[in-house]
Design a protein around this ligand. Structure first.
Ligand code: IPM
Ligand code: MG
Length: 357
């Protein structure tokens, strides 16, 4: 079982170190190799996704990824920015299916910004298409004024597009996932305005005919944003495009108490996967030892389940996380009155201890 470990920038290195510690404590025959990615790779090699890093990721069974990005790279040309590393990995490895579960662990009900009764027992799964949409649409760029009135660019554009096979394959993933849980899929679109998403809606409906046992409904993205905070438990599986999925998954994460709790898996057609917390590199708190490593540790559990075929080990990690939460241990982001505040490293250590108890 070969794992490429790509910590990246900001808190990425701190949280990935804890997840690696947890994996090592499982005593399974992992081969882990670490490489630079994002701003760290740019600083060392002049590119956010060096050839060697991409090659390592490609030949691994799974990638454990931290986060990329730092304000100090905001001025770089787009293709050199840290974010291009994760986008490049997704595209090059064909990781089209992004699973972002939002589960509210009972001890964290009070940490959510919503009323306890709205989030208690919450278990929704956002499935985000990850290699298409406006993120990868061509053409994209800036148009420069030709009349000489405006120096520099006058307008910028990105293109939203989806092909039928791209929509079909993510729809199949969503229906199949729904079959294993609440048997309901909500497809989120903006069909009232965007041609791309009328097409999305039509294709998802067509695929849905093959899953008569799964209930399908359609929702506009603005309404979905509202329903997510009004009655989030009404959702089971949400399937949507790359950009809407980006936004809605951040929103859904807050229902669970903190974005620091939300793991994710990005899979390709052969179940090779990249596993990363849904949150970013948080440069504002990097280096302080206060970041929550649980999203990354839970991502490692998803890696064991989806790419490495180690269901028992995945459950061991998930149970250990539940144990430390029940013990009242909290990093700053999920801290509330009466709980015990711990650092990133202390949280990792506690999960390791809980694994063996
Ligand atoms: C995410 C992130 C990325 C995205 C960024 C870092 C490119 O926000 O994984 O949700 O927009 O997909
Ligand atoms: Mg995002």
């Amino acid at each position: 079982m070969k794992i490429a470990v790509l910590p990246g920038d900001g808190i990425g290195t701190e949280i990935v170190a804890e997840a690696v510690k947890v994996l090592q404590a499982l005593d399974l025959p992992f081969e882990m190799e670490t490489a630079l990615v994002g701003g760290a790779a740019y600083a060392a090699h002049g590119h956010p996704l060096p050839e060697a890093t991409l090659a390592l990721a490609k030949q691994a069974d799974a990638v454990l990824f931290g986060a990329v990005g730092d304000w100090k790279y905001d001025k770089l040309e787009r293709h050199l920015r840290p974010e291009q590393a994760i986008l490049g990995l997704r595209k090059n490895l064909g990781l089209f299916a992004n699973f972002r579960p939002a589960i509210c662990h009972e001890p964290l009900v009070a940490a959510s910004s919503l009323k306890p009764e709205l989030v208690s027992g919450l278990d929704i799964l956002i499935i985000r298409e990850l290699t298409g949409d406006i993120y990868f649409g061509q053409p994209r760029g800036r148009r420069v004024a030709t009349d000489g009135l405006f120096p520099g660019a006058e307008e910028a554009f990105d293109t939203m597009r989806y092909s039928k096979p791209e929509i079909e394959r993510i729809a199949h993933v969503a229906f199949q996932a729904a079959r294993k849980r609440g048997k309901r899929v909500t497809s989120v679109d903006k069909a009232n305005v965007l041609e791309t998403f009328q097409f999305w809606k039509d294709v998802v409906s067509e695929v849905g005919l093959q899953y008569p046992d799964v209930a399908l409904d359609h929702m506009y993205v603005d309404n979905a944003a509202m329903q997510l905070v009004k009655a989030p438990k009404k959702f089971d599986v949400i399937v949507t495009g790359n950009m809407f999925g980006d936004i809605l998954s951040d929103q859904a994460s807050m229902l669970t108490g903190s974005i620091g709790m939300l793991p994710s898996a990005s899979l390709n057609a052969s179940n090779q996967g990249l596993y990363e917390p849904s949150h970013g590199s948080a440069p504002d708190i990097a280096g302080q030892g206060i970041a929550n490593p649980l999203a990354t540790i839970l991502s490692a559990a998803m890696m064991l389940r989806f790419s490495l075929n180690q269901e028992a080990a995945a459950q061991r990690i998930e149970t250990a996380v539940k144990t430390v939460l029940a013990q009242g241990l909290r990093t700053a982001d999920i801290f509330s009155e009466g709980s015990t505040r711990v650092s990133t490293v202390e949280m990792g250590n506690a999960v390791v201890r809980a694994l063996s108890s």
